[in-house]
Design a protein around this ligand. Structure first.
Ligand SMILES: [Zn+2]
Ligand SMILES: [Zn+2]
Length: 258
């Protein structure tokens, strides 16, 4: 069995646990080390047993807890070279790191992992495909639009984690400064509910059983709104059997098992 637990996700910090019965890895460590440990323990995972962590990109909401967490619970870090370089000032020199090349599979714990480029304003941001026990998981947050590459990679995964960052009306009518609104809404910013929903019919296949909406803005989105936009799109595409979860910033959501 493969289990995915969104430990916390949103503009204020992101980390996800993915485990089999023998092995556990993290994607990103954008929560404080203390929060990471507490949330792992709350879902029955000893922080010391994490074998590896994969980094999507160098923004603080994905790496800010890594240095301290890794000092307490040493593990292997996987990142591409540009991300590792850009994040080095926040990681210190205690972290054991291995670089991967985008689109070249590597092994982390029980998982065969492939990083692929996503359009976002960071050094060399990636999404991941993770495979174990015949299950394929597609994971991508922090992307300004759905590129062909992203659609092709996510297509037909059993579990798809996809950003559903904001409602565009809430963003543009909301309190953020103009320059921040423009950044978020740009092709290298963050994916809106509508843009995520618009891609669903192209990425959901007969193998797909679960969709997880992630990286929601607490200012410019609501969980029930993101869910209803995605569920409507799935219904229109005839994909009524796909379960939808919506990640939370403040605590882990129920594990996705398959
Ligand atoms: Zn980012
Ligand atoms: Zn982010």
């Amino acid at each position: 069995m493969v289990e995915l637990v969104m430990l916390g996700s949103g503009s204020k910090g992101n980390s996800t646990l993915i485990r089999t019965e023998r092995s556990a890895i993290l994607i990103d460590a954008g929560l404080s080390a203390r929060q990471l440990s507490l949330r792992l323990e709350s879902v029955g995972q000893n922080p010391r047993s994490i074998e590896a962590i994969l980094l999507t990109h160098n923004h603080a909401d994905h790496i800010c807890g890594l240095r301290v967490f890794n000092k307490r619970n040493p593990m292997l870090l996987f990142a591409n070279e540009a991300t590792l370089h850009a994040a080095s000032h926040m990681l210190g020199n205690q972290v054991a790191a291995e670089t991967f090349k985008n689109s070249r599979p590597f092994t982390a714990g029980d998982f065969r992992v492939t990083g692929f480029p996503v359009p976002h304003d960071a050094a060399d941001p990636v999404g991941f495909i993770l495979e174990a026990e015949g299950i394929r998981i597609g994971y991508t947050t922090d992307l300004g639009h759905m590129s062909r590459t992203v659609e092709r990679r996510l297509a037909g995964c059993a579990v798809i984690v996809l950003e559903s960052n904001h409602d565009r009306t809430m963003l543009w009518e909301g309190p953020y400064p103009q320059v921040t609104k423009q950044r978020i809404d740009s092709p290298r910013g963050h994916l809106s509910n509508d843009h995520a929903a618009g891609a669903l019919s192209r990425i959901m296949g007969p193998e797909t059983v679960h969709l997880v909406l992630a990286h929601l803005s607490q200012t410019n989105n609501q969980r029930r709104l993101a869910r209803s936009v995605a569920e409507n799109a799935l219904q229109q595409a005839g994909s009524n059997n796909i379960r939808v979860s919506v990640a939370m910033q403040s605590r882990p959501i129920d594990p996705v098992r398959c």
